[in-house]
Every structure is written in structure tokens, then in C-alpha cells.
Design a protein around this ligand. Sequence first.
Ligand SMILES: [Cu+2]
Length: 196
Amino acid sequence: MAEQPTSPMLLPLADGIVPQEVVARTEKRWLTAMTVVLILMMVVVVLTSTVGALHPASNVEVVQPLTLHLGGEFAESNLGTALEPDGSATVRLIAEQYDFVPHCVQVPVQTPVKFRLTSADVVHGFLLPNTNVNTMVVPGFVAEVRTQFRQVGEYNMPCHEFCGLGHHGMWTHVIVVDRDVFAGLGPFERTRCGHK
Ligand SMILES: [Cu+2]
């Protein structure tokens, strides 16, 4: 009859129990894998924030929200659609609780259009569905988005950044019209859209 080992460490393991060395080796491997992933994530965070700080996603232009109405680019007479000497159009809008000023603008089709927006109070959102126009409108800054509309039509644009109790009723309208039609519109019609 074989002699039984006296130390419990030397006893053969019951079925299903993994030996200590194997457990330690597996834990070390997982620890190494987790450390590598952690370092990788930290590198990604540092790299993306550095690149983001060096190349901001939008233009950074500051503006004084309390004096928008007193003069400068966002004075009332400058709001709406303006034609530039190079044939492109610039639309200037102010977002405020709870409307966009002006409430409706007309822009020409197949023409470069530049939207310049700012907020008079809190953060709002400006989005034209199925286009690249999608920006937050932050008080103190000018948001600029460039686009070109391929077809005539009408965009009903809700504010998509919750801005207070009246947020659900905050809409603006962008009407894309034929270039000939647009050329026949006066500055007042470009900004008021007649029926809107
Ligand atoms: Cu809103």
C-alpha cells in the first residue's frame, strides 16, 4: 500500500480544482492584459484631447450676448439672409427663449449658404434634417455652419437642445427657393417669408 503524504499541500487535488500555480499564472496574464488596455485608453484620451485642443471642431468666435441688439453683426437690421459679393448667402440668426430671430428665412438653392448663429440667453440647438447643419448655439460664441441645398423645399427646424419650459415650441423655418425666385425677393421677404 502506497504511503500517504503528510503535508496537505502535497495531497492530490480533487477533480475540478485548479492547481495554485495555474491560477496565479492566469491571474498574471489577465492583469497584464487589463494594464495594457488601461494604458491604451489613457493614450487615446490624451491624444484625442490634445488634437481637439489644437484643432477645434468649429470656429471659436466670441460675442457679448448682453449687447447683441445694440449693434454689430447681430443687430436686428443684420439678421436674416444676406447675399455676399461672391454670390453666396449668409444667414444670421439669434436663438433665444423660445424662438429663433428671425422666425423664418429664405435661402437660394444650389448656392453656398453660411449660417451664423448665437444665443442671447442659454444653450440652444440648430439642426436641419438630412443636411450637415447641426450645431449647438452657445451664448457668448458664434456658431458657423456651411452648407448647400440641392433641392427647393421647406425645413421646419425645432431647437434640439433642451432650453427651458417653452423648449417644445421653439421652431424656425428655413425655406429653400429657386435662385431666380430668391433674386426677386427683397431683404424684408427673405427674412419674414410672408406667411410665416
Ligand atoms: Cu430649446
